[in-house]
Design a protein around this ligand. Structure first.
Ligand code: GLA
Length: 395
């Protein structure tokens, strides 16, 4: 990390040569969700972990009202927005996650200052590993820290502001999972998060001789946003119907599988019924998974991952040819304990639990077979679980 910060310092000085203020560094990670997909917006439990893939920023106040930003992969082209007129940033070609986050900070009483900012990201964009949440969280902590010493550094609130940026500025009705994981991640731990109350618990990921392998289909999540919003409205409909028979339930995930079985026929639209079935049973699987991992039962957890994948594929229908192929090929390998899609779906990544000694063969064989079948070259990351949003120091 020190080498990366040194390089960023040098780059920053060549892009913003006239700024002599103090340079600070902040980081926020992407995430992988182990299980609990498409239920954060139904008040369910999810089980994500922060990655060591992240966004780091180098930042200095610039004495103006403008946030001027660039990134190491943008050939240092500068994009800017005015803190007095953030709405105009909606049409920015790049930078609306940052502008949306600044907007939420201002709405919540934070004092912000104009800044020069250089972003450096290692999360593949559009891969379902929450590169956007990572940008929102690193922006929140950096803008708030540099804006005024009076600003409160409250990571849970920053997660909510990141979600607010997506919902109110970028037009995606996402839940809280990605931003929460990016804010609150902890090295070598997964987070069991109740998305209704935001209560959470860290669970150490020992994984007993296994590794987490992320497989990127390298199919960008096309249609993800419109289909995502469509799924949300479908589960809202399901909840409205079931609420008539189960009054007082706060959300779809508070309906137990037994209650669902009793009333499911009241949902006459088969598609809506399938969506609700996924949500109710997925929530139960998350709670079981946390218990299994606390007892070091990685094998049984792997079985639940496979069940979860069938549910998200057949009932929630957000996978597709590439994700399905990647999971099918993974499950053929000796030493694969569990495999499933992760994130919003429609492309992006799968998450796999693989016995350590089988990892090399997994990457080689799944990679070759996937490429043969789909014509796309995949990428693999044997992942380390890292910390959430934080300031970094250059020694
Ligand atoms: C995206 C959203 C999350 C969550 C997942 C699906 O990553 O940003 O809020 O809904 O999809 O589990």
């Amino acid at each position: 990390m020190q080498d990366r910060l040194k390089k960023l310092e040098a780059d920053f000085n060549s892009v913003f040569p006239k700024n002599n203020a103090e340079l600070r560094f902040f980081a926020a990670p992407g995430r992988v969700n182990l299980i609990g997909e498409h239920i954060d917006y139904c008040g369910g439990y999810v089980f994500p972990a922060a990655l060591t893939l992240d966004n780091v920023v180098a930042i200095k106040p610039n004495g103006t009202d403008k946030i001027r930003m660039t990134a190491t992969d943008l050939e240092y082209k500068i994009y800017e927005f005015d803190l007095q007129n953030i709405d105009a940033a909606r049409s920015l070609e790049w930078g609306n996650y940052q502008a949306g986050t600044a907007n939420e900070l201002l709405k919540n009483g934070y004092k912000l200052a104009g800044c020069d900012v250089l972003f450096d990201g290692t999360i593949p964009f559009g891969s379902g590993l929450s590169s956007s949440a990572s940008i929102e969280l690193v922006s929140a902590i950096a803008f708030a820290s540099v804006g005024s010493p009076e600003n409160e550094i409250n990571l849970v609130n920053f997660a909510l502001y990141g979600q607010g940026a997506e919902n109110n500025f970028c037009g995606v009705s996402c839940g809280i999972m990605d931003q929460f994981a990016s804010a609150m991640g902890k090295k070598d731990n997964a987070i069991l998060l109740n998305c209704e109350t935001l209560e959470y618990r860290y669970i150490p990921l020992k994984l007993d001789g296994c590794k987490i392998v992320i497989a990127n289909t390298c199919k960008k999540r096309s249609l993800a946003e419109s289909k995502y919003n469509e799924r949300r409205s479908e589960v809202d409909k399901a909840f409205a119907i079931l609420s008539e028979y189960l009054p007082g339930k706060p959300n779809l995930c508070s309906i137990t599988p037994e209650e669902f079985e009793q009333y499911k026929d009241r949902i006459t639209d088969e598609v809506i019924r399938k969506r609700a079935q996924h949500v109710v049973y997925e929530n139960a699987r998350v709670l079981k998974s946390a218990e299994l991992l606390e007892n070091n039962d990685v094998e049984s957890f792997g079985k639940l991952m496979v069940e979860a994948n069938s549910s998200i594929r057949d009932l929630y229908e957000v996978t597709g040819f590439e994700l399905d192929t990647m999971v099918d090929e993974a499950l053929k390998i000796d030493g694969t304990v569990g495999a499933r899609m992760t994130g919003a779906g429609f492309g992006g990544c799968t998450v796999n639990i693989v016995k350590s000694e089988a990892v090399d063969n997994f990457i080689k064989t799944v990679g070759e077979n996937y490429e043969k079948i789909t014509g796309r070259t995949p990428q693999f990351y044997v992942c380390d679980i890292g910390d959430g949003a934080r300031e970094l120091t250059l020694f």
